[in-house]
Design a protein around this ligand. Sequence first.
Ligand code: ZN
Length: 305
Amino acid sequence: MNLEGIHHITAITADAQRNVDFYAGVLGLRLVKKTVNQDNPTVYHLFFADEQGSAGSDLTFFEFPDVPSGRPGAGDVHRVIWRVASAQALDFWEGRLPANGIEVERDGDSLRFSDPEGLDHELVVVDVDDEPLIADHPEVPAELALRGFHAVRAYSAAPEASRALLEALEFEQAGEAWEARGEKRGGLYFYDEPPTASSQQGAGSVHHVAWASNMGEHETWRERAISAGAHATPVIDRFYFRSIYFREPSGVLFEIATLGPGFTVDEPLEHLGEKLSLPPDYEHLRAEVEPKLRPVVNPRTTSTG
Ligand code: ZN
């Protein structure tokens, strides 16, 4: 039994429109679900992923309108690492990102940049057998597109404290990384020495990282986490998947999320993310919630009519 790599990564934005313009418009991901934060249904929860809305490529944002910028510190994921296929793909992004006002730093097979709110990303050329998770974008040829998550990097002052929990979750040490590799996908987890300034959550901060569980193994992962000392929540039904949350000893908020049922549970694949989706338990709030949310224009649907 193994976790199937990274399921999703959730971060915070102060501006849903700017967020959609960057991730769907520039980075070429697909907005696959526009819903509300289930713990605070007056704010958006936006999900970007590949064309199918696959776990493994799913970057999500809570919108807290106009929240000040965050600053990552100990206990935070501070960088999202994506796979690309080739050095040509890095060349492409090395041109496309600056053309859209994003500074980049190229170092061999790696290209680093920050989103407009300061969330750090890295594109790396990786040769793995995992299925590439690619979204369609008229300006991004498929062979140059992002192919799903490779890793996250977190700050920890004492990463050894996390060893027992990571081992209970069947992460394996792979060089300087920990790897969660299942039958279909793998994902890496790195620790870096934290900056001296303490963490401040805000726009551009990562809120949590979710690891992917096969449907039938979810409860067992919860028991494993608890047996390794984690204070895990009960299983929470997020409608698109089921979730367990706990903080790992280095302070990073982990989630273990199921690989189903997925985003097509309430809208067809071809129309994912076009309208505000509310899970059944939240549908009664629509009349109250929808007028309070600032409308978001998706550059993808506007460009294709
Ligand atoms: Zn989550």
